[in-house]
Every structure is written in C-alpha cells, then in structure tokens.
Design a protein around this ligand. Structure first.
Ligand SMILES: NC(=O)c1ccc[n+]([C@@H]2O[C@H](COP(=O)([O-])OP(=O)(O)OC[C@H]3O[C@@H](n4cnc5c(N)ncnc54)[C@H](OP(=O)(O)O)[C@@H]3O)[C@@H](O)[C@H]2O)c1
Length: 232
C-alpha cells in the first residue's frame, strides 16, 4: 500500500476514535485497535476503504502476533504508531492492591513496550511512534489523590519514549510523548466527575493526528506538555 498507514490503540472511543476519524478524513489508512467490536465496526462503516478494525486486548501475549498477522494479510507496513489505549484506576494510594498496580502498569507501560519491540520490523524508515501520556505523569505538574498508579505509569511511559528515540534511531524511527491535559472523555469523567475540560476529544484527535504525521520533523525523544493549564 503506497498511502500512509497509522496504528492507533484504544480507538473505540474518546481521543483514539477521534484521531482515527481525523486521519481517515485526510486519506490516511488506520488500523484501529480496541476490545469493543461494536464501536470499531461503527468506525469502519464511516471509512470502509481506509479503516481496518482490529479487535484485541493489548495486554494479551498474543496481541503482537495478532497485529503481525493483520499487517501481513493486508500487506501493510507502519508509518506511525499511537500508543493511546489507557487505563485509569482512581483509588487512594493506601487502597491500591498489587493487582491494581499490575493492571495499571500492564496497559499503560508494558503493552506499549511489547508491541513496539515486536512490531519494529514492520516500521518504515522515518516513521513516528507517539506515546499518549498525561500531565499527571509530567515531572513537576500538579498531582491529585487517587491518581498515583496512573500518574506513575504515565511518567514511566514518557521516559520509555525518550529511551526509544535513542534505541530505535538506527531504524530511523522517531518517538515522542504527549502529556495531555484535560480532554472531555469517559476517562476524564471517571477521574474528575463533573469537570468541564477545555478541549473536546475531537479537538484533541485533530492535534494528535497532525502530530503523528508531522511532529517528528520538529521533535524526537521529547516529552511535551499539551495543556493550556499551568503545569505547576
Ligand atoms: N481524557 C483526558 O483528559 C486525558 C488526559 C490525559 C491523558 N489521557 C490519555 O489519553 C488516552 C485516551 O484517553 P481517553 O480519555 O480517550 O479514554 P477513553 O475514552 O476511556 O478511551 C480509552 C480507550 O482505550 C481502550 N483500551 C483500554 N484498555 C485496553 C486494552 N487492554 N486493550 C485495547 N484497548 C484498550 C478503550 O477501548 P475498549 O474498552 O473498547 O478496549 C478505549 O478505546 C489514554 O491513554 C489516557 O490516559 C486522557
């Protein structure tokens, strides 16, 4: 396939779904990954020629081989990979169980690490990995009770993305981390019930879509705050 192809995890709703729609509207092919078949099918009906739905749980050990099979079957390579799927466990630190910590780290850090490692052979030269982190995981930002495991996992994701820019330089793959501020989605409602965010998922989807296509011409190995708030 000669047109660009971007993989987005967590594309069934929120920022991931809006990023997928934006990229397809720009005639970019997208593999949209999530666990919810119904939502992905709805997306595919909007862009039947450009959107490839792939129903899977990124934490399963079979995830990378399932994506590999999908790429081979559809003769796709990778120009961009957006590690967007995220889990947010909102629980006070003293109440967090080992299982909570494992689930939090597994979705937000280990799955992106495994997928990047196992899919590197499919990346084209000059491709771009974008890790969707959070202002909660940005050093020196305001911190909130209940978000320790989430923020720690996102901080680790950002540091991993700095390291990947170095590790994957020989493959000519760039990697950056976007630390998002509040965006109106189900996840935000769960973390901060009733909070009115300054940005919609659609607005952030446009930003992330443009960034995966062009951001690596300006940045590599960077951890970038994406917020109109003051990260104090
Ligand atoms: N909204 C905000 O204010 C905000 C702020 C900072 C950072 N972020 C980050 O932005 C990203 C997107 O967040 P959002 O607000 O759009 O969240 P959202 O609406 O809750 O969407 C999360 C997405 O992740 C997918 N997902 C979760 N676990 C998965 C798994 N194990 N395997 C595959 N897919 C999985 C969900 O799909 P299924 O349930 O269908 O699998 C869904 O598509 C997250 O990484 C989040 O941490 C959001």
């Amino acid at each position: 396939m000669s047109i660009k192809h971007i993989i987005i995890t967590g594309a069934s709703k929120g920022i991931g779904a809006e990023t997928a729609k934006y990229l397809c509207s720009k005639k970019i092919a997208v593999t949209a990954i999530a666990r919810s078949q119904t939502e992905l099918t709805r997306l595919q009906q909007m862009y039947p020629d450009l959107l490839f739905p792939l129903v899977l749980d990124i934490t399963l050990s079979s995830a990378a081989s399932d994506i590999t099979a999908h790429l081979k079957k559809n003769k796709l390579s990778i120009d961009g990979f957006i590690h967007n799927a995220g889990l947010l466990i909102n629980k006070k630190f003293l109440d967090l169980s080992d299982d909570d910590w494992n689930r939090q780290i597994n979705v937000n850090l280990l799955a992106p690490a495994r997928l990047t490692r196992d899919l590197t052979p499919f990346f084209n030269s000059e491709s771009h990995i974008v890790c969707i982190s959070s202002m909660g995981g940005y050093q020196g930002s305001s911190k909130f009770p209940g978000l320790t495991a989430y923020s720690a996992s996102k901080g680790a994701l950002s540091i991993m993305s700095e390291c990947l820019a170095v590790e994957l330089a020989d493959h000519n793959i760039s990697c950056n981390s976007l630390c998002l501020g509040a965006v109106q989605t189900e996840m935000l409602n769960q973390a901060f019930p009733g909070l009115k965010a300054p940005l919609t998922a659609e607005e952030m989807g446009r930003y992330v879509g443009d960034f995966v296509l062009n951001g690596h011409r300006y940045y590599n190995g960077q951890v970038l705050p994406v917020t109109v708030g003051n990260p104090d």
